[in-house]
Design a protein around this ligand. Structure first.
Ligand code: HEC
Length: 174
């Protein structure tokens, strides 16, 4: 059963990756077929993805939760997130930076803000709240905060990671 699902995902992946090559632009070579269990290993070990991302009960909360990323993303989008993280960032995943009046800079995820206050999570996963009148600067930062894996992982490893991410469809057992 597990195997059948994985195979279906891989077939779907290849089809999508091939059909999404932008016309007229030098496209990345189509992804090789990925192996989800090899991908799971890369996510925990070589890729160190859990140092920034939650997946189910594991991982840090600095980056977006990947627990159900397979329900809302296509393989080509996930691949792009890995090799070119700066290219497209969901509004809720943009990084926010504040500089306090005494010159301290804190960068992190913004959780909430209104006219008076900013609530964010800093790089140590601590909740920080600031009154805007105490801030010298505040605003979104360009760029992702996620390193590109284009050079860090081989194309086969990237495909494995994408295949694994596509199996992440929530907290229910797969
Ligand atoms: C240093 C921290 C860090 C590491 C390490 C990291 N990421 Fe990320 N990742 C982020 C941040 C921050 C974002 C949100 C900004 C963005 O979309 O680029 C993100 C975004 C993503 C997204 C897009 C999420 C979405 O919903 O659009 C995916 C997919 C992803 N990461 C997967 C991974 C995988 C897989 C690895 C390991 C191979 C990894 N990340 C390693 C910090 C990290």
């Amino acid at each position: 059963m597990r195997h059948a699902t994985a195979a279906a995902i891989v077939v779907f992946m290849c089809a999508t990756a091939a059909s999404k090559a932008p016309a007229g632009k030098q496209a990345d070579a189509p992804l090789p077929a990925g192996n989800p269990s090899a991908g799971a290993e890369i996510v925990t070990d070589k890729g160190q993805c859990l140092s920034c991302h939650p997946v189910r009960d594991a991982g840090s909360r600095l980056g977006p939760d990947l627990t159900d990323v397979g329900t809302s993303r296509r393989p080509d989008q996930l691949h792009a997130s890995l090799v070119d993280p700066d290219a497209e960032i969901l509004p809720e995943n943009r990084r926010y930076r504040v500089v306090t009046r005494d010159g301290m800079t804190i960068t992190g995820r913004i959780l909430n803000h209104d006219t008076f206050q900013v609530l964010m999570m800093d790089a140590k996963e601590q909740l920080r709240s600031f009154s805007k009148t105490d801030l010298r600067e505040h605003g979104f930062v360009k760029g992702s905060g996620m390193p590109s894996y284009r050079e860090k992982l081989r194309p086969q490893e990237l495909a494995d990671v994408v295949a694994y991410l596509m199996t992440l469809k929530g907290v229910a057992p797969q």
